[in-house]
Ligand binder design. Sequence first.
Ligand code: BGC
Length: 943
Amino acid sequence: MQTFYLSLLLMVSSSASSSSMDVVIIVAAPPHAFHNDTALTNHLDSAITLRLYCLYHRKTDVLTEKFRRAQLSADPVNTHTWSSLLRKLRTVRAISRGCNSEVVRAGHTQMRGTFFVTLQLLAIASCAPVYSFVGDPTNTAALSAAQLKAKNFVAQLTLSEKVNISTGVGWAFGLCVGNTPNVSRLNFTGLCLQDSPTGVRFADHASAFPAGLNAAQTWDVNLAYERALAMGDEFRKKGVHVALSPMMNMGRVAAGGRNWEGFGADPFLTSMMAVESVRGIQDNGVVATAKHYIANEQENMRTVSSSNIDDRTLHEFYALPFLYSVRAGVQAIMCSYNLVNNTYACENDHTINTVLKGQFGFKGYVMSDWAATHSTLPSIRGGLDMTMPGDKTFDSGDSYFGDTLIGLAGNDSTLLPRIEDMAERIMTPYFLFGQDTNFPPVTINSFHPELAPYNPVGGDHADIIRRVGAESHVLLKNTAGALPLTSNPSDFTHLYDFALYGLDAGGPLHGPNYDGCGDHGCVDGTVAQGWGSGTSNFPHLVSPLEAIQTRVKNNNQTLTWNVQCDWSPQKAINSARISGVALVFVHANSGEEYINVDGNVGDRNNLTLWNNGDELIRSVASVNPNTIVIIHAPGPVIMTEWIDHPNVTAVLFAGLPGQETGNALVDVLFGDVNPSAKLVFTVAKQRSDYGMDVQYAYPLKENEYAQINYNEGTLVDYRWFDAFNVTPQFPFGFGLSYTTFRYSNLRVRFLNFERQLTAGKINALPTVNLNTNDTSTPILNVTFTLENIGNYSGKEVAQLYISLPDGCGAPVKILKGFTKVFVLAKSSVTVTIPLYNLDFASWDTAAQAWLQYQGNYTIRVGTHSRDPNFLSSSLQFGSSPVPNLSRYVPTTSSTFTTSATQSTATASATDTRSAPPTASIYGSGAESIVAGLLVFVMALMMM
Ligand code: BGC
């Protein structure tokens, strides 16, 4: 068999090299068919650096179509297969080193029940060089090489050049929102730093991606990676060296203005999403920026307030996503506007030097948020490496770094090592990611967009935007089979099959990028992004009205609408009465402090719907027995006025889905996509249930700072509701499907437990496997059966919560694992979620270490954070439950007991953490070869 593949390979290689046309061959085979053959393996290994750019851009669209139609139609598992394959292709592309070799191989597998399919993709193509080199930031050898280059580079600079590496050129003085000066004699063009977490800000012919909130609502780490990879691709092609993304604030207060940019109110979920976002961006050779460090949880008084926070809360809650990002190799971190414990976040020795650079081992650079630097020496001693945009305040023309620092260093040579450290930290990722060779020129112009050269970069990203959009619509209510909507015209006897109501259904009256209030501050149509620096221009905006109308037309159904009835709901009533289904679109919005929308200074002033939404819903529901509510919002809204109305038959929380919002909605409404999204925050019955809230602005005296005390510790969102036994409207993690899942057969299987725990203490860095080279393993696997007992195939987000021993000062339960699994109708799969040492640990302030305590740990697995049918298993660390929190030091294996049965099962599902994008599980050779021949024949037919 190996000989067969070798001949095939060589044959195709030689034919390709003599051909001017792209040739793509897909061969399916088990990887061991290659691995044992040295000649072939060598050939493949040297060739794995690819031609994938050519493949991806010239062929995959065709392939996608053919696969969808010919082989994979109507079967979501297979659509998923193909999307995963695409992801793998893009991954290989991202680690490519050019186009000199002739063969591409990408391994791929997909579980289908117990049947595994392996595809080996060989691509032979001719193409122009793409990315010169993208180093792996988690590879220490690559990092050391880049650090050395940076050192050599900085050694050639004068003092003022060294300082200027760290100093932005000043607000609005360059093409990007942040720019550093060039050093032309060394061919360094300076750096372009650009927002945002939803795409390239101020750019034309680029995409407007779904918000971070939506990425998180998919609970799908693969989709999160794909989203970031596509976004990073656009940043790179526009010449952006440093993307100011992802944003990972924690949503401490439900009304927080920028919550939609981040990933919800749980630090573990946020961490997983942050990791994928960092990897996706940086796999393009673009620096990702984890922001905002730290405790920047509200917009009101953001520059004049101190977030007062204890050390344990800092580590276990707010800093956790930054720790994971560092482990994923993030190269830049942005410190925030606020003070932390009464020291500015950008000169905070404890949070930057001790925690971030010390305990977390962060080797990249810390940049200030825009005008968040307040000093020179305290800042550089506190750990700040770069001041942005450079001037003290916007347009002030002077800087805390720049000439000020040059002057100080001229008189004090002891400052030099730190100045060099700052410059080296900034230049290291530049060399690590090969930005010194063939990096595209900047083709955005933030302050004069009309002067930007034409450079379209959107590619086929509408596809991933739509998929993230559809997989992030959370179905909150669905009674009497209201959804999915029927596509059959004869199912209705009404004058109109469908009616749409609300401003939020239609396209914005002033266009999607109306700049009347700047940065999407005032939107007069469907809300698909919040406002502020987290925005990106819409290349187009497919509104719900447009997408539904297209669908209805294709179905030969009828539709009416009134998008201007928000403030006169009576106008909706007549047509609602004579419509089969009434779809009511409502919204809320929020954003960044510098734009005040109707008195909302970034943060929302209330949690109710905007534009009279509650009354609109009630009015329509008063006459139409099939009223379906679609909510576009940056976070939770209070629903008590209408949620239990019997005529409100279905509710979808759509978040902020970006440019394809209408298409994504239609996919879910009409059942092309079975909803699988889950809430990433709790929906409360009333605002006060959240426990903590925004501290709204009040007059401060000079040099006075508002004190925002995080007295709740880590009891944010569901942890607060658990602690005080408050019943939510919808719990964290909640979301319905068109099918029903049943959980059973929970087992815990121990792995390496003794070896991992012998020290009894976990060092500052977790043993979590975030690194492709990291050989650390989980300490146990939690396995269970997931059964789809309904009639629709679909995906379920299984969630795992851990309760620490009583008396540990920990929340009732904490999310520590999740996985999104596809299950065919009427079938079941075995699912495994791995757990790591850190998952059982608490941050001990006295010891300044992660510790595990002896006592009883409970593991719960279920469909949301308040699942009444949670499966649970109890684990005992130590010989007996010991409430005094003494540290657990295991002696013999008998000291570790559990109430769960040990399992020998080995089936698995998505590992939400270990999964380096290239990891695969391979099936049996025989199955794969059969599949291979089929795919091979198909591939030949496509040529
Ligand atoms: C925001 C940052 C953003 C920066 C540059 C600030 O106002 O807080 O998130 O990256 O502006 O636009």
